[in-house]
Design a protein around this ligand. Structure first.
Ligand SMILES: [Ca+2]
Length: 223
């Protein structure tokens, strides 16, 4: 059955019920359909693979806050593609407006397609609006992986790791529990920081900067 967005929870009825109740306490809308597991110990609450979305349009459930976000075909796979070529100071942002989480475990696959000023992109969480959120991002032009906050539109860097830059697919993961943030690139934990700027629940999303045109796929949120 084609679904524009697949929402998933673990198969166990007992654990699934607990997860669903927990999700309902913190999320505005979560529609679980069937069980799955994402790696060891991770129970997916929602996964977006864009396979049932209409190419050329924004994916269902996403809001293009800044930039141009469209579903595109990468061979036989569908992705969400940031296509705008904005100026250097612009942060492109697509948010999932229907859910709000405080503690998160987010993953996404990212492939940098183009960009002269900037390249790559990343994950956003605890977003209050398009001007206030946490972000971790991979930049293959600068060969680094970084975590920041954007507060009232101003970006502040917390930590940076040197990584090889290329245009292959990479897996980004960001977790936040309380005030503790950890960010992973290709399953390696590279960044750990603490911050209390945004303590409450917020939206999740995808991000790139300036003219960074990038593919995003398999966004997931787990608890
Ligand atoms: Ca896909």
């Amino acid at each position: 059955m084609p679904m524009r967005c697949r929402f998933l929870i673990v198969a166990s009825r007992r654990t699934g019920l607990a997860l669903l109740i927990g999700a309902m306490l913190t999320a505005t809308v979560v529609v679980p359909i069937r069980g799955t597991r994402l790696g060891a110990g991770l129970a997916a609450i929602a996964v977006w693979d864009f396979e049932a979305d209409e190419p050329g349009k924004i994916a269902k459930g996403f809001s293009a806050e800044v930039g141009t976000w469209v579903v595109a075909k990468d061979g036989g796979n569908q992705v969400l593609f940031q296509t705008a070529k904005n100026e250097d100071a612009v942060f492109n942002l697509a948010l999932v407006r229907s859910i709000a989480y405080q503690d998160v475990d987010l993953t996404v696959r990212l492939k940098a397609i183009a960009g002269e000023v900037d390249r790559g992109g990343g994950l956003v969480w605890r977003a209050k609006d398009k001007h206030n959120y946490y972000i971790c991002r991979y930049n293959p032009l600068e060969d680094n992986f970084r975590v920041y906050k954007v507060e009232n539109g101003k970006r502040t860097q917390f930590a940076s790791a040197k990584v090889p830059g290329d245009e292959a697919w990479h897996a980004l993961r960001a977790t936040m529990s309380g005030n503790k943030i950890a960010c992973y690139l290709d399953d390696k934990k590279l960044l750990e920081v603490e911050d209390s700027t945004f303590p409450g629940p917020g939206m999740i999303g995808l991000w790139s900067k300036a003219d960074a045109q990038s593919y995003f796929d398999d966004l997931s949120i787990s608890k």
